[in-house]
Design a protein around this ligand. Sequence first.
Ligand SMILES: Cc1cc2nc3c(=O)[nH]c(=O)nc-3n(C[C@H](O)[C@H](O)[C@H](O)COP(=O)(O)O)c2cc1C
Length: 283
Amino acid sequence: MDEQALSLKLRIENAVSERFGEVIDAAGTGAGGAELARLVEHRSHRKFTPQAIDAGLLRMLFACALSAPSKSDLQQADIVHVADRAKVKTIVTLIPDMPWIDDAPLFLVFCGNNRRIRQIGLMRGKPFVNDHLDHFMNAAVDAGLVMMNFIRAAEAVGLGCCPISAVRNHCGRVSELLGLPDHVFPLAGLAVGYPALPGKISPRLPLDVTVHTDHFDETLLTEKIDSYDHRRHQLQPYRRQRHMDLYGTSGFYGWSEDKARQYSVPERADFGEFIRSKGFTLG
Ligand SMILES: Cc1cc2nc3c(=O)[nH]c(=O)nc-3n(C[C@H](O)[C@H](O)[C@H](O)COP(=O)(O)O)c2cc1C
């Protein structure tokens, strides 16, 4: 193994071990090593330099993003480039606790678009008789895959990104601001720029919680989550505890406590109503 291959192997193994607490031999990754290293070293970025992104490069990143697979080749994902800084500022005002939206030189909104297929039905004189939840989900999944492809392409050229689902806390306002018509909905925003800091790998649940063989398996789930909480706490303890007004201060504050607290309070309960107002029946 040459020096470059060895260094990639070590990068992959170190990142996997930090992420999952498991040692996986990366010897077999061959020519794919550079891409795998980027995937396992992924981190969201929330601090950016002011350096602008070249327009030609951005066009290429859009092409990479929209090369993602698409359910039935329906191509139900669109990207809104929020180039007007006044519009970005309006979004920043709506989401003041995420200043990275303002810092980033680029802000995008990834949308599910179930409108075009309906327009195509009209163009071709055919009824559209699939107004149900699966159709909404197909558009949402396509938009998620396109956003992920954008992130992968951006990370490959040294950019960093932070998805912003908080745009859905204000979906009516954001939709109005961006002129999103019926059957087009925001999935998430994306703050993009050249990272000002290296960032950190965020530890994930162990693979034996999230990967199942032949049969869904929750054996020792509580113990595995406890152990993940402690491993994660050693690497990246939470700086703040959520909803202390409701739950006080926890002696040990791990990921599961944070997530349980987060979802003990209603969040985005009006999203279904917004989606129905966009013309979806979700039947
Ligand atoms: C669909 C989606 C929406 C997200 N929304 C936000 C957001 O509104 N604000 C934010 O700071 N991070 C957001 N994130 C980033 C997550 O917090 C981040 O991916 C997670 O903490 C794991 O960290 P990592 O991406 O560095 O591995 C979002 C991520 C995804 C995939």
